[in-house]
Ligand binder design. Structure first.
Ligand code: PLP
Length: 388
C-alpha cells in the first residue's frame, strides 16, 4: 500500500480521459442525467449508490471520501457539511427508543448536548463516563447500544486506550464510535482497534487552513450505505466547494501535523519551565500520565498540535495573557495553519455541568492553545512576552 501522504494526494483516484486532468474539479452541478439516456441505466457511483441529485451524491465530495477512507484504513467514508452534521446524522441513524448510550464525559460539548437532547425527546438513556478506557468499559454491558469517545480529549488531552475499549465493545457486541479529530489518521486508525465508525470534524486538521467547515465518517461498506440513505434524507452532505478545499488541504495533512506536533512539543516544554504556568497538559511530556498510552497506541512518536495550560492567578491572568498575544489569535477551533488560543471553560466546555468541569480540571484559568504552522521561535516569543 502506498504511504500516507501519497494516499492523501492520489487517493481520490480521479482521472478525466477527455482532458487528462488528475485534479478533481468542483462539480457544482446539482442535477445529473437520470437515467443515462443512452443506456437507460442509472449512473452508479463506485460504492453502488446512484448519482442523480446533489443532496445525495457529488463527484467532488466522492473524491474526498475516497481519500478519507484510505487514510483511515476503512472500506468507505461519507462527507458532511460539518463535524456536527456528521455526528447528528450518525446519531439519528443509529439510535432508537430504549437504547443506552455511554459517552465520554469530556467529549465535545455539542456532542454531549445533542445526545442528551435526543435522549430527552426520544426515550434514550445517556450515561456520561469518566474519560478513560477502563472507566468507560466498566459501564458497558450487553444492555449498552453505543459508546462514543474521542481518541484524545478536549481540552485536557487525555489519551483513551481505544484498543482496550474496542476489544471490550466487540466482545459484548456494542457499537463503538470514535471521534478521531484531535489525533487524526496520522497517529491512529481507530477501525484497526475495533471502532465501527470514525468521526472527523474535517474543519480541523484534515482541511487544516481555518477556512472550511466540514465533517466525515469512515466505516465499513454496509454501514456506509445505510448512513448514505440517512444523509440523503437529512440533507447533510458536504458542499462541492468545501470538498474541493478539503481535498486540497488534506494533501499536506501529514506534513502539517508533523510540524505542528513538533512545535507543540517545544511549546509544551517551554511552558512547563515557566514560573507563571501552574500546569501543562500535553501527552508528549515525559511527566504526562498519558504518554505510555500514546506511545502504545500512536503510529508515530508525535502527540498532536494542541497544548493546554493553566496560568497562576486564574481567569483574570489567563485573560491578560490572551489579550497580550500578538501572533497567536484568541479564537475557538484548532488544527489550522494559524495558532489559536481559547478559554475552554467559557467556550467548548461551557455546556458541561460545572461539577464535571471541576472534576476534569477545566477551570477558568485553563487555556487551550492550538499550535499552527508559524515558526516555533515566534510562538514561544509571543507566549514569553504575554506571560511576562
Ligand atoms: C472533537 C470535535 N468533534 C466534533 C466537532 C464539531 O465539528 P464542527 O465544528 O466541524 O461541526 C468539534 C468542533 O470543535 C470537535 O472539536
Amino acid at each position: 500500500m502506498p504511504g500516507f501522504t501519497t494516499r492523501s494526494i492520489h487517493g481520490h483516484g480521479y482521472f478525466d480521459r477527455e482532458t487528462g486532468s488528475f485534479i478533481p474539479p468542483v462539480y457544482l452541478s446539482v442535477v445529473y442525467e437520470h437515467p443515462d439516456v443512452e443506456s437507460g441505466e442509472p449512473r452508479i457511483v463506485d460504492r453502488g449508490t446512484v448519482l442523480k441529485y446533489g443532496r445525495e451524491e457529488n463527484p467532488t465530495v466522492r473524491a474526498l471520501e475516497r481519500v478519507i477512507a484510505s487514510l483511515e484504513s476503512a472500506e468507505d467514508a461519507l462527507a458532511f457539511n460539518s463535524g456536527m452534521a456528521a455526528i447528528s446524522t450518525l446519531a439519528l441513524s443509529l439510535l432508537k427508543k430504549g437504547d443506552e448510550v455511554i459517552v465520554s464525559m469530556e467529549a465535545y460539548g455539542k456532542t454531549v448536548r445533542l445526545l442528551e437532547d435526543l435522549a430527552l425527546k426520544f426515550g434514550i438513556r445517556v450515561r456520561r463516563a469518566w474519560p478513560s478506557a477502563e472507566s468507560i468499559a466498566e459501564q458497558v454491558d450487553r444492555g449498552t447500544s453505543l459508546v462514543f469517545v474521542e481518541t484524545m480529549t478536549n481540552p485536557t488531552l487525555r489519551v483513551i486506550d481505544i484498543g482496550y475499549l474496542g476489544r471490550h465493545c466487540r466482545d459484548l457486541g456494542v457499537t463503538l464510535v470514535v471521534d478521531n479529530t484531535f489525533a487524526t489518521p496520522v497517529l491512529v486508525n481507530p477501525v484497526e482497534h475495533g471502532a465501527d465508525y470514525v468521526i472527523h470534524s474535517t474543519t480541523k486538521y484534515i482541511a487544516g487552513h481555518n477556512d472550511v467547515v466540514g465533517g466525515a465518517i469512515a466505516t465499513d461498506r454496509d454501514r456506509a450505505i445505510e448512513l448514505w440513505s440517512w444523509r440523503a434524507t437529512l440533507g447533510t452532505i458536504m458542499q462541492p466547494m468545501e470538498a474541493y478545499l478539503t481535498l486540497r488541504g488534506v494533501k499536506t495533512l501529514e506534513i502539517r501535523f508533523e510540524r505542528q506536533s513538533k512545535t507543540a512539543m517545544e511549546v509544551a516544554e517551554f511552558l512547563s519551565d515557566h514560573p507563571k504556568v501552574k500546569e501543562v497538559y500535553y501527552p508528549g511530556l515525559r511527566s504526562s500520565p498519558y504518554k505510555p498510552i500514546a506511545d502504545k497506541l500512536f503510529k508515530k512518536r508525535l502527540y498532536g498540535g494542541v497544548v493546554s495550560f493553566k496560568v497562576r492567578g486564574g481567569y483574570e491572568e489567563a485573560l491578560k495573557v490572551m489579550k497580550r498575544l500578538q501572533v497567536i489569535k484568541p479564537s475557538p477551533s484548532l488544527g489550522g495553519t494559524e495558532s489559536l488560543i481559547t478559554l475552554p471553560a467559557v467556550t467548548a466546555a461551557s455546556s458541561l455541568p460545572p461539577e464535571d468541569r471541576e472534576a476534569l480540571g477545566i477551570d477558568e484559568g485553563l487555556l487551550r492553545l492550538s499550535v499552527g504552522l508559524e515558526d516555533a521561535e515566534d510562538l514561544i516569543e509571543d507566549l514569553s512576552r504575554a506571560l511576562a
